[in-house]
Design a protein. Structure first.
Length: 318
């Protein structure tokens, strides 16, 4: 008997759905009881020994670490960077050249302005570590390009508004709209490989999560789950307190992937053990059938021998 475990046949879409489920569960906990969320989330990080070594997004806390910039001034600088386009509203940094002139109206000292620019440049370097971001280096490995070629492709895609200044896709992944937009750009015959790179961007990216949360109703056919929370102003209003921040979203998505990997390992192990048991039972049954067949053959031979002896005895008496 062939033993099949549908769980082991699951593909990428099932993994994505599991990540979405875990995100929704933690999001619900955050909305219903933020104190419990913080406590359980910290326990989760400790359980998996999770440490974030970098973050492609910038927040005001990153700026408050600069000497002479307190929390309120850091927020002022952050808001100015968002307004000037150096950051988007999620803290993703522009991958175009950044002008120090953005900081001129803020009354920073020369040392502070240089420190802020250093932080911005560092985060530009981190951008490629975020799976949602298409950076100017993204096409080097997957599309077999040099750095200058990859940067040139990024500029073309940015000019065509396929990706924005922050490296975020402006069309749904694996969609006809994205394919049409890419094929309309002159990419020296590498449109297919470049489209492949763009389609590898994750479905569970933080920008998708936020856009879905803000723009779609809970009843719609959405890519990522949103929380059906009570809203006194009606369904059109949004309650940002229900939204996970990027650090929590990334950590939960990664933990869900690790959990799924453990599920698969355990199921595979159990499947191998059960298959071995089935094979052993099958072999035992086969050996039993052979022994029974031998025994039946012996009984038949004995029966025929007894009949022969009876016939011989009968002939002698007659």
């Amino acid at each position: 008997m062939l033993r099949l475990d549908p769980f082991l046949l699951a593909g990428a879409s099932e993994v994505t759905r599991y990540q979405q489920q875990r995100v929704a569960e933690w999001q619900a906990l955050k909305q219903e009881n933020p104190m419990d969320f913080d406590r359980h989330f910290n326990d989760l990080l400790k359980k998996w020994d999770y440490q974030s070594e970098w973050d492609a997004c910038l927040n005001a806390d990153d700026l408050s670490a600069i000497d002479g910039i307190d929390t309120s001034k850091a927020q002022m600088v952050y808001d100015a960077l968002v307004e000037g386009g150096a950051l988007n509203d999620l803290g993703y940094i522009s991958l175009n050249d950044l002008s120090p002139a953005l900081l001129d109206p803020l009354g920073l000292s020369e040392a502070q302005a240089q420190a802020v620019m250093a932080v911005l440049i560092d985060h530009q370097g981190y951008a490629g570590t975020d799976s949602a971001v298409i950076s100017p280096q993204s096409f080097m490995t997957n599309a077999a390009m040099t750095l200058s070629e990859s940067q040139g492709v990024w500029t073309l895609l940015n000019d065509a508004r396929i990706i924005d200044n922050y490296g975020l896709l402006q069309h749904p992944r694996r969609s006809a709209a994205l394919e049409t937009a890419v094929n309309a750009v002159a990419l020296n015959g590498k449109n297919a490989s470049i489209l492949g790179v763009l389609n590898k961007a994750p479905l569970t990216s933080y920008p998708d999560y936020v856009n879905t949360f803000r723009n779609q109703s809970p009843s719609s056919n959405q890519k990522l789950p949103t929380l059906a929370f009570y809203n006194p102003n009606g369904p059109s209003a949004t309650d940002e307190t229900a939204l996970l921040d990027k650090d929590a979203f990334d950590a939960i998505s990664l933990m869900a992937l690790l959990e799924w990997s453990l599920f698969i390992m355990n199921r595979r192990s159990n499947h191998r053990i059960q298959t071995r048991i089935d094979d052993t039972k099958k072999q035992d049954k086969k050996e039993t059938q052979i022994e029974e067949q031998k025994h039946l053959e012996q009984l038949w031979a004995q029966y025929q021998n007894d009949i022969k002896k009876q016939q011989q005895a009968s002939q002698k008496r007659s």
